[in-house]
Design a protein around this ligand. Sequence first.
Ligand SMILES: Nc1nc2c(c(=O)[nH]1)N[C@H]1C(S)=C(S)[C@@H](COP(=O)(O)O)O[C@H]1N2
Ligand SMILES: [Mo]
Length: 323
Amino acid sequence: MFSIVSRPSWHLAERHATPELLHGNRRDFLKALGAGGLALSGMSWASAQEPAPAAAEANPLPPHERNPKFADAGRVMTDEKYPLMFNNFYEFSTRKDGPAKLAKGFSLDPYSLEVDGLVEKPLKFDLDQIEKLGYEERVCRFRCVEAWAMTVPWAGVPLAKLIAQCGVKAEAKFVAFQTFHDPKRAPGQKDTAFTWPYQEGLRIDEALNEMAFVATGLYGKRLAPQSGTPLRIVLPWKYGFKGPKSVVKMTFTDKQPATMWNSAIPAEYKFYSNVDPEVPHPRWSQASEKLLADVVERIPTQWYNGYGEQVAALYANMPRELY
Ligand SMILES: Nc1nc2c(c(=O)[nH]1)N[C@H]1C(S)=C(S)[C@@H](COP(=O)(O)O)O[C@H]1N2
Ligand SMILES: [Mo]
């Protein structure tokens, strides 16, 4: 036996796509991610990158059903191996293959989600308390601002059900989400190009929309560390960066919260950032997207990632440039 150091063909390319965005060469990334139906080599997945089945099995998801409304996303489900090996999780790495390695074994146990700000009574939830609010699975399209996309089954609780527990005051107009801060364990948080912890936010009516979801599972298992253990926010109509992973705090506020990507590069990462094929990123078109797969397919981007029926009313009174 001899070993060949072989990497998937997009492997080289991913460094051009990162930092998301700071100095990426989009053209090379897109080329390698799939122009001409490029086949991504299966070989190195299995040997070098496929994560071992996690201890997650010891901690199964609560019993649940697939929500029939979100049972079919109109696309082939993405193979589970991609979301486990191809990530954006800047706390650990700016490389796509970095989080799977560097977040290995990472945990926020004993976990609690803190709720503060404009609420009647600040609260702390453990996972069990959150999951009891109504656990379901949803197959959703997911679209990164870098123009790659996937279709995956999230398991969790509608964000509105969690918010309903919080006694939100009438003055609250926004909610901010914050990720853990622990640069010793998350080396990416030493990168001073960003203001840590990762923060994101929504207007309250967006947060209450039925599409806004709190995920603790993916493909029927607990979220892997690289996927945002143990809890992340999923907003299928927005670009992926709007949905923070490994969230530890929710703060209700009357002001639009600062967000990490917007603070880093305001011209490129706006507060609303809804998926829109007609609003290009300043450095690339958003008219089409690449589905993560062995043979990458390029398809047209849909406005609101195809969830306009659910969310378009939220933006009826806003100029399109804003959202
Ligand atoms: N805490 C945190 N959350 C994050 C990010 C991150 O770097 N840190 N990246 C965002 C981006 S840009 C995307 S596309 C998705 C990627 O999620 P995935 O790696 O599970 O596909 O997570 C989002 N949430
Ligand atoms: Mo992203």
